[in-house]
Structures are given as structure tokens and as C-alpha cells.
Write a protein that binds this ligand. Structure first.
Ligand SMILES: [Zn+2]
Length: 253
């Protein structure tokens, strides 16, 4: 079993020294390749919607289509059709932009998240880009907790190695973490429920709650009790990718 952590959207938001990447996880499973989140897609580089154009300026998104999951997959020697399933933490443009590059894949997400796309009612739901869904994704939707995973409510996914969707609602209405069995331990992509590089004290509590949702304090306590779990956030310092995906927090210099 192979797990690759790819950076599928490079950004320098707010300060040039904040150089971040957007981790997407590529997993070789019994059901073919599974991608967790897609990052930006080719259409975000070649014909971005006005909303994505705005965010590309605001977040300093690097205009490099080679960052897209489909280009990186080809560089790893895979055909796009080998990605049979995509599991989404949430459907913001910087996580879902590549969906249309894999139109044949089944797209697994929490039902509440697609509801938020179809019926937005909150400011943070402005970051959904209709262009990401106009090809008509083949949705597989979940809304019932089926398991407890290390004490957290979880939804078992139909793959080996074991994978769980872990509801972490707050950043968006149906935002979930994704846990993947990795040898004797686990990789847990908490996405935008955690601040950059899982640095729990990077941003003040009020800002975390406003932008990331309510889970930072409880995930901090939970993580200290589970050293067998490697945590990922939805945005990691680029040094994380450049140093062979070492999961130690690295403060930018
Ligand atoms: Zn987000």
C-alpha cells in the first residue's frame, strides 16, 4: 500500500513568508486509487471563474497547472482513470477544483456538504465554485455515523486500507476529517478544522472558531492522547512538502 501526500495548490496568503500548500492524499486501495481532496483543477488555471480569480489574487495562489492533481498523477506514472474514488473533506474551491479532471470517479462526501453547495446561507459558503460541479459528479453521500474511530464519531468508508469520514462540522456545514490506516498508525486529514500545519496555537481561539469551526481545542486534547495518529491540516507550510512530508510543525522563516 502506498500513500502519497501531494501539494495540489500553492499559496502565499497575506504575507509573502506564509508559503503554504494544500495536501491531497493519494492512496492505493483495494478499489483502485483513492484521492482525498483534489486541490485546484486545470480549469482553475486555464479558465478560472471570477470568484477563483479573486481568491487567486487574495491568497497569492501560484499559477502553475503542474500543481494540479492530474498533472502530478501523470508524473507518478498513473492515468487519471485509475482514480476510481475521491473522498472530499469539504467542497470549497481550493479542495474541489480538480473534481472535473476526474469525471469518471465516484465522489464521496457528507450529505450536509452538498446541501450547503446547493443551498448556501453563510458567508463562508461563498467559497464554493459552481464550475467545480457542472460536469455532474457521481456523488456517494453519507449522513449516518456508523462507527467510533478512536473515540470520535465516524462513518466507515468502503475501502481497504480502512478509512473513515469523521464529521467535523463548522468550517463548512458538512466539513469532515478523513482518517486513513497507515501501517500500525493512522493519517488523519483534519483539513480546514485545524490551522496551518496543525499548529494549534498559530491563531487566536476566536479566529479559529470564526474561520475553522469549534474543534481546535478538543482536537488538541485528543491528539495528545493519540500519538499513533499523524495529523494533517488543509494547508501546510510548503517546507512540509519540501522536506519529504515530515509531519513536524515547521514555523516559517
Ligand atoms: Zn475550506
Amino acid at each position: 500500500m502506498t500513500i502519497h501526500i501531494l501539494n495540489c495548490a500553492s499559496m502565499s496568503p497575506w504575507f509573502p513568508r506564509w508559503r503554504t500548500g494544500t495536501p491531497c492524499i493519494l492512496i492505493d486501495t483495494d478499489q483502485g486509487l483513492v484521492l482525498v481532496d483534489t486541490g485546484l483543477g486545470l480549469h482553475d488555471y486555464e479558465s478560472p471563474s471570477p470568484m477563483v480569480r479573486f481568491f487567486k489574487l487574495d491568497f497569492g495562489i501560484k499559477n502553475d497547472p503542474e500543481n494540479s492533481a492530474i498533472c502530478q498523477l501523470r508524473n507518478l506514472g498513473h492515468a487519471p482513470q485509475e482514480v476510481r474514488h475521491i473522498v472530499m473533506t469539504h467542497l470549497h474551491f481550493d479542495h474541489a477544483g480538480g473534481l472535473s479532471d476526474f469525471p469518471h470517479a465516484q465522489v464521496h462526501a457528507h450529505k450536509r456538504e452538498l446541501d450547503a453547495v446547493l443551498h448556501p446561507r453563510h458567508w463562508i459558503e461563498l467559497a464554493y465554485d459552481p464550475a467545480d460541479f457542472k460536469h455532474g459528479p457521481n456523488w456517494v453521500l453519507y449522513d449516518q455515523v456508523t462507527d467510533q474511530w478512536l473515540g470520535l464519531d465516524a462513518i466507515r468508508m468502503p475501502f481497504t486500507p480502512e478509512m473513515f469520514l469523521v464529521p467535523l462540522f463548522g468550517h463548512t456545514r458538512g466539513h469532515c476529517g478523513v482518517a486513513v490506516r497507515d501501517g500500525d498508525g493512522w493519517l488523519f486529514q483534519c483539513a480546514d478544522a485545524l490551522p496551518t500545519n496543525v499548529q494549534f496555537d498559530l491563531t487566536p481561539d476566536w479566529l479559529n472558531r470564526l474561520v475553522l469551526g469549534p474543534h481546535v481545542p478538543r482536537l488538541r486534547a485528543w491528539a495528545s492522547a493519540h500519538p499513533e495518529v499523524r495529523l494533517l491540516a488543509g494547508h501546510m507550510w510548503q517546507s512540509f512538502f519540501e522536506t519529504g512530508s515530515s509531519l513536524q510543525p515547521v514555523v516559517p522563516t
